[in-house]
Design a protein around this ligand. Structure first.
Ligand SMILES: N[C@@H](CCC(=O)N[C@@H](CS)C(=O)NCC(=O)O)C(=O)O
Length: 311
């Protein structure tokens, strides 16, 4: 693909040029962030020359002046490609548009879906077409369609539910139970569409076909966030979990609220397991922190119950 004029030529393939050290791109992430994990897993599954740098949300690092200077949006993930220069417009510099002049800077890209699409074109020799198609525009449109749907449905539901149930109090923010409930309703509708439309009730192994794409990764990582929900039988569904429970053998983390939510959707449960298996060992590694956090929360809840029982 022709490179726009304002960009410097970039190395293709592995990121290595003869006689040069490996040129690494930088990926700013927090492993508690679902789109961050998806981009890390994508990079590792495809063997990309990407250095992961952690920015801890709970420590306020996404709002620190140092991080805001490279990403004024204050969000992770962010990809930095030091080998691609872009013209930064006066508006992007946040300076006075009357006096500021355009400056050279390196490419800094927010938004997980855009990052995965960029990496697919940036490293065409490494990223297999199924993750984000380059040559088949119909296949690409299908993946784009799944990516857009994920943002407005799976993420919109799960993120609001988890944020307004567990994350907000942890960050010292006010949780709004009404928003959590709206998130739960959005998530249930999204799970029903994932089951019947995207996975064709189990006839389609992944969201857009026989192999996983970027949307499968994002949606799966978003659903893993449900591990953080406190067990509360009956809150998220009928109170029933699946029997047998979905295989969580790779980590054995607590997941009862998650199991309750996924109970009515057999194709979704099988698909989630498939995504995990296809992406191992990177999937398990990227989820280690969230599994540990969920285990700690469960232990604390049990301790609280035991204390109450003593009173
Ligand atoms: N749509 C964005 C979402 C980015 C986002 O919301 N990131 C959250 C974590 S999941 C974040 O960085 N929050 C930190 C903050 O708001 O300070 C993507 O897919 O990359």
């Amino acid at each position: 693909m022709a490179m726009p004029n304002h960009m410097l030529p970039v190395a293709s393939g592995s990121g290595k040029e003869p006689g040069q050290e490996e040129r690494k791109l930088r990926l700013y992430v927090d492993f508690m962030s679902q789109p961050s994990r998806a981009v890390v897993i994508f990079s590792r599954c495809n063997g990309l020359p990407v250095e992961v740098r952690q920015v801890l949300i709970h420590k306020g690092e996404t709002r620190s002046p140092a991080y805001l200077s490279i990403n004024p949006l204050g969000k992770v993930p962010l990809l930095e490609d030091p080998w691609v220069a872009t013209q930064i417009t006066p508006q992007q510099q946040h300076g006075d548009p009357q006096t500021a002049t355009a400056a050279e800077g390196c490419l800094r890209l927010p938004e997980s879906a855009a990052i995965m699409s960029y990496l697919s074109y940036r490293f065409p020799d490494l990223v297999s077409e199924n993750w984000y198609p380059r040559s088949d525009f119909v296949a690409r449109a299908q993946v784009d369609s799944a990516l857009h749907w994920y943002q407005g449905n799976i993420r919109a539901g799960a993120m609001r539910l988890v944020f307004h149930t567990v994350i907000a109090p942890k960050l010292g923010m006010k949780a709004d139970p009404r928003v959590a409930k709206e998130g739960l309703n959005t998530l249930k509708a999204a799970l029903a569409s994932l089951e019947s439309y995207w996975l064709a009730a189990g006839r389609r192994p992944f969201m857009t076909g026989p192999q996983p794409c970027a949307a499968d990764l994002l949606a799966a990582c978003e659903l893993e966030q449900l591990r953080m929900l406190p067990p509360s039988p009956g809150t998220y569904g009928t109170g029933r979990t699946t029997s047998p429970a979905p295989s969580l053998s790779y980590d054995n983390g607590p997941a009862s609220a998650m199991q309750e939510l996924l109970a009515p959707y057999p194709a979704v449960r099988q698909w989630l397991q498939r995504v995990r298996e296809v992406c191992e060992p990177h999937y398990g590694e990227a989820h280690r922190l969230i599994v540990r956090a969920a285990e700690a929360a469960e232990a604390k809840a049990k301790e609280g119950k035991a204390q109450q029982a003593k009173l």
